[in-house]
Design a protein around this ligand. Structure first.
Ligand SMILES: [Ca+2]
Ligand SMILES: [Ca+2]
Ligand SMILES: [Ca+2]
Length: 292
């Protein structure tokens, strides 16, 4: 009997060693090529996420994320810089900006100043706008006016006043990184984004008719060779105009490309139990480092 217990214990020890070793291997490696293997576990990442009804609900998580990237906001300074991070709040330098600014695809408005290029593979362009605005004074009147949906004035709320960001005609936003000022392909240690009105999953279903447990909003992180480094759904806060944040920090700058899937339908229709329309606010990311 004692012998059997010893054998079981020995088997358990061997099994636990087998389980632990691959993760130790992943943690010890630095070569990006090594993580491309199909059997490789995800690379270690520190995850920051929060969701709730007001800006206060996510503020401390966003602040912690900034600190983890490097607390200094490098603004429009030329890079590459050794410390700090970059941010884009879509507000055009004013907390009372009511202008609806439509841009084509790709959108290079922050390519030189902050090293980020935006492309929508399923859309036609992008817009920076308040949730709604007076359509006479500030035509076409924010997202509500542009998408011809007055309900958007309540559906969306800003984290940073007073404008949001979204693709037009698409729900996917791709981000590529470049060295601010100097140009050239770059990588970052982390990228995070604020979202407004991520409703799903809402905890309903499948017992409840038309209920939904599926997440609607996703961020995927890729390396310089197009390899998927990390992906996660963005936490939801069902209701109207609620806010969500998701971001990661890796131990070195190896994120070259980020794909954001924002909601499960393109902007335009009503936000409903089935169709989760989502807009974006602040993008926060590590200082872009030149690819060697
Ligand atoms: Ca904003
Ligand atoms: Ca909603
Ligand atoms: Ca929604």
């Amino acid at each position: 009997m004692k012998k059997n217990i010893f054998r079981v214990a020995l088997v358990l020890v061997l099994l636990s060693a087998l389980v632990v070793l691959p993760f130790m291997h992943a943690d010890a490696q630095d070569d990006a090529a090594e993580i491309q293997g199909a059997s490789a576990p995800p690379i270690p990442a520190t995850v920051f996420q929060a969701a709730g009804p007001t800006a206060v609900s996510i503020q401390s998580t966003v602040d912690q994320y900034r600190a983890a990237l490097g607390i200094q906001n490098n603004g429009n300074n030329s890079g590459p810089l050794l410390v700090g991070h970059r941010e884009i709040n879509w507000d055009g330098g004013s907390t009372t900006n009511q202008t609806t600014a439509v841009a084509g695809n790709p959108f290079a408005g922050f390519l030189v100043t902050r090293g980020a290029l935006f492309t929508t593979p399923d859309g036609t362009g992008f817009v920076q706008a308040p949730a709604s605005a007076d359509p006479i004074l500030f035509p076409p009147g924010g997202l509500a006016g542009l998408f011809n949906n007055p309900a958007y004035s309540a559906t969306f709320k800003t984290f940073s006043a007073s404008r949001l960001f979204t693709a037009i005609g698409g729900k996917v936003t791709d981000v590529d990184f470049f060295v601010p000022g100097a140009g050239g392909v770059a990588t970052v240690t982390g990228f995070g984004a604020v979202f407004t009105d991520v409703d799903q999953p809402d905890g309903s279903g499948p017992a409840r008719k038309r209920g939904n447990r599926n997440a609607s909003t996703l961020i995927e992180y890729y390396g310089v060779n197009g390899e998927l480094l990390f992906s996660s759904y963005v936490p939801a806060s069902p209701g109207d105009g609620n806010l969500s944040f998701f971001g990661i920090v890796l131990r070195d700058a190896r994120i070259a490309h980020v794909r954001i899937t924002s909601g499960n339908v393109v902007p335009g229709g009503n936000d409903s139990e089935k169709d989760d329309v989502v807009a974006m606010d602040d993008f926060i990311y590590g200082e872009p480092q030149p690819v060697q």
